[in-house]
Write a protein that binds this ligand. Structure first.
Ligand SMILES: [Zn+2]
Length: 860
């Protein structure tokens, strides 16, 4: 596959060179993708862009989708040719007209070129007839949907695929008459002609290509009106109870989010309509297309047994996507290097919105639970990068996304708000949105607005937190004399910090006999003594960071660490407990605490956990240590009754959420014959768990878990489970995953081979689920041989799959492994990468390999 693609590229380039030599005027070879230079040239010369796009979508998957795009635009000069982006074969362009005159189609290295002699200064009209490339059209038998972020609109139709050439779109869609459709703007009219219907949509306000979207197919439609605003939801769920149980809440959450945002921003919802489409196996949780948000169906239609956590996640997702209508859609980044900005705002707003809906929840705890562990998982790795990255070509834009953007940036934004105050921050954001409405803006534009509002050097702060990489590592040293503190010192340990000191404000905490004292502390030096502690009685423990706003690895002094390993469960304050746990876990990752000691601390604390967020964080640590850091011998020798203990704790627990979390961990770690039999009995429904209702997905998971443990009758279990599934989308998902679970190695090998073809990797959530079993720790030895060829595929995945897939792929694979040999494979692969290997992609691999390489270095 790979050599073939390479060959094709070389061939293409040489043909282009040949044609250069033959033509009268020498042409420059246009770089593939969208280089920053091309984007800047176009932005300077082109405005007032309107696309009039027509697509004809046939019923049969094998028939091509034909399109026409008539683009009107204004040119400030005609010194150079006009270059459209179109990442499809040259033959797919069948006709080009420039200002009424048909001209020979000229397609060069992913671009359609209109020579300057056919152009004029001022208004121009270009018409292009083409066959659509299907990479971003997600065609299925009964439906299709577009997903153009970050720069994939140009795979489907010729356009200026950069975020700062915003355009008005007028879409005409011809589809089979039994289908329905949803696009960015309302329908004007539809005309039926035999078996097909043409839908004419209203012209949009200026939006970037990555937010232009439509879905079409066999969808169910439900509409409702909230405060005079009509909303329509499209979905493909066949379980009517599930739809009834969820629909009202889903509409209501959207309506509340819209009201909240109108109020916070002082700007009414900026677009014409507001609908959403629920797509089975959608690549992301959601995507904020103007007026037509697309979601993964499962993220919004929850099971009846859904936990409070899942409900909050749904609420956050809805709030996040709705916030994008202002942050991202109304004001768009200038270039994809600032993609983090729209994401951080969406998360930041979502956190503000979701809180009042769950008064029973400790939101500071939720913030720290949702952000810090995930952010640290990438920021501590060798593949870390600054929040704001450099981006030379949009064909690398998909690699900008990750936890540094989604989880670290909100922590940084929170610190900014803390320094500015909530009101000043809101004022600043309102000014930013008003100033740049329907246009584009950069992070520096925002900092310039905020800088005027406070007395602080925001530029230096932004340099450390936004423009440079890594997380601070502070080490604490405690000296005591006669039961009193002689000195407490914090020092920055980062080797490559340069001038960075990551100034931040934290809550300093010290505790004696369960009496906690807090003091705010500003850390703004590489080395500092905490003077207010001098002479105090030696406390049980000290935490330099005891709040949700601090960020970094705070390595505790030895006395505090050993106290907490024994007694952490007795801390009442959930935030303090959470950040203390983080310090211990980070120390375990660095070999400063034994994995099995921390495991014992977790087991000791579980019966005391009353707060679901705390409990689930501890259970995550448990699973991570159990599968990632303990050898099989250690598992058996030191934790022989782990399953039994978890089960007993689950039976005793009163709350549904806590029960479900303990149940999930039991399913994950069950290994003894007795525990595996329990899995079977639960699946067979001969064993019931009082107070816990399991869903169809839970039973499917049980069937998978039995199979991966080579349970005696697992083939029949899988087949029977498959028969029990009625929803056709879930049925095909299971059929796809089953071969990855086979206890026949040849079947698993064949499954892995299949993944090398891009058409078998389209359903990304299915692929990831299958990979998690293919590389399950229990089968890691046999799966080691897949690691290298999987890593070799990563560069291709970046071209053929969604933006989160390369990281998802490598993490899912590497998280199953813990052997030194596996770490070695990754190591050598990374070392052997050619110099021109995309650095951002290498970072994704290094991020994914963090746990594996830490485990290997601890073993050394
Ligand atoms: Zn987002």
């Amino acid at each position: 596959m790979r050599p073939f693609i390479l060959l094709l590229t070389i061939l293409l380039i040489s043909i282009n060179f040949l044609s250069c030599e033959n033509s009268k005027e020498p042409m420059t070879l246009i770089e593939s993708g969208i280089s920053k230079t091309l984007a800047e040239q176009r932005k300077a010369n082109i405005d007032e862009v309107k696309y009039n796009i027509k697509f004809t979508i046939p019923n049969q998957l094998e028939k091509a989708i034909n399109g026409e795009n008539t683009i009107s635009l204004n040119l400030k000069n005609i010194d150079s040719d006009l270059v459209f982006d179109f990442r499809n074969e040259a033959e797919s362009v069948s006709l080009v007209k420039a200002n009424g005159k048909e001209i020979p189609p000229q397609v060069e290295n992913e671009h359609v070129v209109i020579p300057k002699e056919y152009l004029k200064k001022g208004a121009n009209e270009i018409t292009i007839h083409f066959t659509a490339g299907e990479q971003a059209l997600n065609r299925n038998k009964e439906f299709l949907y577009t997903l153009f972020v970050p720069a994939n609109a140009s795979t489907a139709f010729p356009c200026f695929d950069q975020p700062n050439i915003k355009a008005k779109y007028k879409l005409d869609l011809t589809i089979p008459s039994e289908w329905v459709t949803c696009a960015n703007y309302p329908l004007i009219e539809k005309k039926e002609n035999e078996n097909v219907t043409t839908y004419h949509f209203e012209e949009t306000l200026p939006i970037p290509t990555y937010l232009f979207a439509f879905a079409a197919g066999k969808f169910q439609k439900i509409s409702t009106t909230h405060g005079g605003r009509k909303m329509t939801m499209y979905h493909r769920e066949t379980d009517e109870d599930k739809v009834t149980n969820n629909a009202i809440t889903v509409f209501d959450l959207h309506a509340k989010a819209l009201d909240w945002l109108e109020d916070y921003t002082g700007i009414p919802y900026p677009f014409e309509k507001f609908d959403f489409v629920l797509v089975p196996a959608f690549q992301y949780g959601g995507m904020e297309h103007v007026g037509a948000i697309f979601y993964r169906q499962r993220s919004l239609f929850l099971e009846e047994s859904a936990t409070v956590n899942q409900k909050m996640s749904r609420n956050s997702l809805i709030a996040h996507e709705t916030a994008h209508m202002w942050f991202g859609d109304l004001v768009t980044m200038d270039w994809f290097n600032d993609v983090w900005l729209k994401e951080v705002f969406a998360n930041f707003m979502a956190a503000k919105m979701v809180n009042p809906n769950f008064p029973e929840i400790n939101h500071d705890l939720r913030f720290v639970a949702r952000h810090h562990p995930a952010a640290y998982s990438e920021d501590r790795s060798l593949g870390t990068h600054p929040i704001q990255q450099k981006l030379e070509n949009l064909n690398q834009a998909g690699m900008m996304y990750g936890r540094i953007i989604y989880q670290k940036a909100p922590v940084v934004m929170n610190q900014l708000e803390e320094m500015m105050g909530k009101e000043k921050m809101q004022e600043g954001l309102q000014e930013y949105l008003k100033t740049f409405s329907f246009g584009n803006a950069t992070w520096d534009d925002l900092i310039a607005i905020l800088d005027k509002k406070i007395d602080m050097d925001l530029k230096t702060w932004s340099q450390a937190w936004v423009k440079e990489s890594g997380m601070p590592h502070y080490e604490a040293q405690l000296k005591t004399e006669n039961g009193k503190i002689a000195n407490y010192n914090l020092s920055l340990k980062n080797k490559s910090s340069g001038g960075n000191i990551w100034s931040q404000s934290t809550a300093f905490v010290f505790s004696k006999n369960n009496k906690i004292e807090r003091k705010s502390l500003i850390i703004n030096d590489k080395e500092m003594d905490v003077d207010f502690l001098k002479g105090k009685d030696t406390p049980d423990f000290i935490l330099p960071n005891g709040s949700q706003s601090g960020y970094g690895y705070f390595e505790l002094d030895k006395k505090s660490q050993s106290y907490l390993l024994e007694n952490i469960y007795s801390i009442d304050d959930e935030i303090i407990k959470f950040v203390a746990w983080q310090s211990l876990f980070e120390s375990m990752l660095r070999g400063k605490i034994e994995a099995r000691d921390l495991m014992n601390t977790i087991l000791k604390s579980l019966p005391h956990e009353k707060e679901i967020l705390g409990l689930s964080a501890r259970l995550n640590y448990l699973e991570e240590i159990y599968w990632g850091f303990l050898s099989v011998e250690e598992q058996q020798q030191f934790f022989p009754t782990l399953g039994k203990d978890l089960w007993a704790l689950m039976e005793k627990s009163k709350t549904k959420d806590i029960k479900k979390n303990l149940y999930n961990t039991f399913v994950s770690i069950a290994q003894s014959e007795e525990d595996v039999n329990v899995l079977f009995e639960v699946w067979k429904k001969t064993k019931k768990i009082s107070g816990l209702k399991l869903s169809e997905n839970d039973f499917t998971t049980l069937a998978y878990e039995l199979a991966v443990r080579n349970y005696k009758d697992s083939d029949n279990v899988l087949q029977e489970q498959l028969k029990n599934i009625t929803n056709p989308d879930r049925k095909v998902a299971m059929e796809f995953i089953i071969p990855a679970l086979s206890n026949d190695v040849a079947t698993r090998d064949a499954f892995f081979e299949k993944l090398k073809a891009k058409e078998n990797r389209q359903k990304e959530p299915w692929v990831q689920r299958a990979l998690s079993y293919l590389h399950h720790p229990l089968r890691a030895d046999a799966a080691e041989k897949y690691i290298l060829p999987s890593l070799e595929l990563v560069q291709e995945l970046q071209k053929t799959n969604g933006i989160f897939f390369p990281k998802g792929w490598t993490s899912t694979i590497l998280n199953g492994h813990r052997s030194a040999a596996a770490a070695q494979i990754v190591n050598e692969f990374v070392k052997g990468l050619p110099e021109d290997y995309p650095n951002k992609l290498k970072n994704k691999i290094l991020q994914s390999a963090d746990r594996l390489s830490r485990r290997a270095s601890i073993q050394d």
